[in-house]
Design a protein around this ligand. Structure first.
Ligand code: PEP
Length: 280
């Protein structure tokens, strides 16, 4: 890989869907369908009860296992919760934290998410940290302030050596699921640039240059190509389309072809306009 190219990721978030039988079939179909080409890293995040089952299907394939959440304690009297140690024990590599459904439907605060992020890293998990504004916030021109707050508060106190294990997913809440709203490639590109710039102010340009930022929000086979070829978009976090093996595989293929396009057009590293100070 050329030094100025970042790894691409396509990650499926199955949310609270599937039965055990469906989870097994879906995992098998994805393993068979994605083949062995590994330019794009692939992971699936099934519901907690099926992590063990899916975890038995993935070994030997290029598909990694991720969880959708964790509780930020090693162990203890936390009825119904799942610890980072348990996730590692089940073979999870990744964990999704800060998803908008947990922020907005389950009331998770930036401070609580930050605790989860720091404990996940301390345990050795790779974190997929989700940020994104609501429709009301976008319409009130608050997108930048919201992303800023989520990044600053969500990543506070994360040690520098953990940052290479961080993936940020930009997921505008208004584009997730069947809302009928879709982010344009320009909106996605602008938000990713903003996130990379803010991250660079916190942790330095070098880490910002290598930070993987995914897009999530109604990514389907028919729009994946245009979104995945946007500047600064390093892959996608997929909800609905990750439940259909053929759709998920088609998005992985779109990611692979975006990677090849990027590799072909990559020149020697020069300055990165995404990291330049904003003109006022
Ligand atoms: C998600 O919830 O992370 C997501 C991106 O969902 P969808 O692809 O269904 O919009």
């Amino acid at each position: 890989m050329k030094p100025n190219l970042r790894q691409k990721f396509i990650i499926g978030n199955w949310k609270m869907h599937t039965t055990a039988a469906e989870a097994g079939q879906l995992a098998k179909a994805i393993v068979d369908g994605v083949g062995i080409e590994d330019r794009v890293s692939v992971a699936v995040c099934p519901p907690f009860p099926y992590l063990a089952l899916v975890g038995k299907i993935l070994p030997g394939s290029r598909v990694a296992l991720g969880a959708q959440n964790l509780y930020p304690e090693k162990e203890g009297a936390f009825t119904g919760e799942v610890s980072p140690t348990m996730l590692l024990d089940l073979g999870c590599k990744h964990v999704i934290l800060g998803h908008s459904e947990r922020r907005h439907k389950l009331g998770e605060t930036d401070a609580f998410i930050n605790k989860k992020v720091r404990i996940a890293f301390a345990a050795g998990l790779e974190v997929i940290f989700c940020v994104g504004e609501t429709l009301e916030q976008r319409q009130a021109s608050q997108t930048e302030a919201v992303l800023d707050r989520q990044i600053v508060q969500g990543l506070a106190g994360v040690p520098a050596d953990a940052l290479p294990h961080l993936i940020i997913a930009y997921e505008p809440v208004w584009a997730i699921g069947s809302t009928g709203h879709h982010a344009t490639p320009q909106q996605v590109q602008d938000a990713h640039a903003l996130i990379r710039r803010r991250f660079g102010q916190m942790f330095g340009k070098e880490l910002a240059q290598s930070l993987v930022i995914l897009y999530g929000g109604s990514v389907k086979p028919d729009n994946a190509g245009s979104l995945l070829r946007c500047d600064g978009v390093d892959g996608a976090l997929i909800g609905g389309a990750s439940l259909k093996a053929d759709q998920f595989i088609a998005i992985v293929e779109a990611g692979t072809s975006a990677w090849h396009t990027e590799e072909e057009s990559a020149s020697e590293p020069t300055h990165n306009p995404e990291l330049e100070p904003k003109q006022s």
